[in-house]
Design a protein around this ligand. Sequence first.
Ligand SMILES: *[C@@H]1O[C@H](CO)[C@@H](O)[C@H](O)[C@H]1NC(C)=O
Length: 462
Amino acid sequence: MWCPPATWTLSWLGLLGLAGGATAPLPGHSIPNPPDVHHLAKLWQLTGTAMPAHNSVILTPGVADRVGTIFSRMPLKTNDFEASFTLVARAGVPGFQGDGFAFWYCEENASDLLASASSKHSHNQFELVAGTWYQHYAMLDLSEFGYKTHYKGLGVFFVKDDQGQPVVQVKYGDGTSSVGHQTPMELRDGYDHQVKVRVTPDTVTVSIFSKGEAKGTVSSPMSLKPGGYLGFSSFGGTKDAYNPKERSTFVEIKGFEVLNYASGPGEDEVLVAPPIGAAQEKEDALGAHSSFKEHRDESEAIKELTNMIFKLVIESKPQREQMKAAITALSKRIAAVEETFRTLKKELDKKTGHDLGAEFDAIKKELADMHATAHRDTDARGKKLADLHSDIEHVHKTASSAGGDISGDLDSLSRSNEQVLDQLSNQHKRMFGVSIFAIAFIIIAGLSLYNKFRCWEKKHVL
Ligand SMILES: *[C@@H]1O[C@H](CO)[C@@H](O)[C@H](O)[C@H]1NC(C)=O
C-alpha cells in the first residue's frame, strides 16, 4: 500500500487552504474601528502620543520631539499572516527632521521593553520639560521611532530618505543591522490608504491601495519566526528654531485587522474580546431611526470636541509648566531683592541715625531747585548777551552809516586816553624819585649810626 509522505499531505493542505481562502481572523490581534478602550487596555500597550480617538487610534498628533507606540501584549503564533490597516497621514509644516512611523513584527516583547522606559523617561514630566528623555531612549537603544534601532524581526518604515523624499521600506533586522527594499511613496495627503502587510515564512510584501487602486508594492525576502509581537511606533521629529505651535506629520490608524493563513491557531483563545462590531451595528441601527438622532449627533460632536481639548491640554502642558515655573522663579527673585533693599535701608538708617530716605528726598529737592535757578540765570545771561550783541551790531551799523562823525569822537577819545597815560607815567617817575631819596636817607642814617658805635668801642664803653 502506498502512503504519501507527511510533508506532501501538509503542503496539499496548505494549497487547499490558499485556494479556498481558508483564513482565520485573529481578533485578539486586531483593533476594530472605532476602537474599544477596554479591548485596547487589555491586549495592547500604548505609550506616549499614541491614544485612542473616537474613530481611530492616533499614533502622533504631530507633536515634535515625542514618541508614540502601540504594541500587542501577546505574541502572534503564526509566521503566515496578513496584517492590514487603514492609514491616514497629514503633512505638517515643512522643515522637520527624523519624523516618521513604523509597523513592527518583532521577536522581543516590546511592551515589556517600553513599559519602564516610557514611565521613567517619555512620560516623565521633568525629562519632557528639560528635553532629556531622548538621551535615555538613545541609551536604551530605543531611537528607531521609539523602538529598537537593533531590532530583531520585521520593520516597515514610512519615512523620508536622505534626500528628504518619502519612502516605504521593508527591512529585516537581525539584532545588529537591518536590510531590505524600499520604494518612493507619498502618503501624507490626508486621504485613507489601505496598507496590507503579507508575511509568509520566506517573504514579506507590503502593498498600498488608495481609493481602491494599487498605489505600490515593496517586497523583501526574509524568514520570520512565529511568536513575534505586532505594533506601531512613531516619532514627531525635530526642528531647528522650533515654534511649539508648529505640527509635524499627523498619523492615525483606522482599524487594524490580522488574518491567519496558517492552519494552526494564530493566537491564544483567551484573548478574544467580546464582539464589539455587532454591538456597534445594533446601536447604529437603533440610532439611525431613533427620534433622538439629532441629540445623539450633538453629543457625538461634543465628545469629539472634548477629545480634542483633552489632546490640546495634554500637548501644551510642558510649555505651560515651563512658563509657570519661570514666572514663579522671577517673582520670588523680585521679592527677595525688595526684601534685601528694605533691610539695607533700615540698616543704613540705624547706622547713620538719620532717616536717609527723607534726607535723600531733601537733597533731591535742593538739586532740582538749583537746577531750576541755574537754568533761569543762564537764560537771563543768554538774554543779556543777545542784547549786547544786538547793541554792538547797532553801533556798527550806525558807525558805518555815519562815517567821519564818529571818527572825530574816536580821535578825542584816544587823545584823552594819551593824557591819562602821560599823567600816570609822570606820577610813576615822581614816585621813583621819592623812593631813591628815601633809600639814600636810610643809608646815611645807617652809616652815622655805625660810626657812633665804633667811637664807643674805642672808648671801651662797650
Ligand atoms: C509582554 O510584556 C507585557 C508588559 O510587561 C506583559 O503584560 C505581557 O504579559 C508580556 N507578554 C508575555 C507573553 O510575556
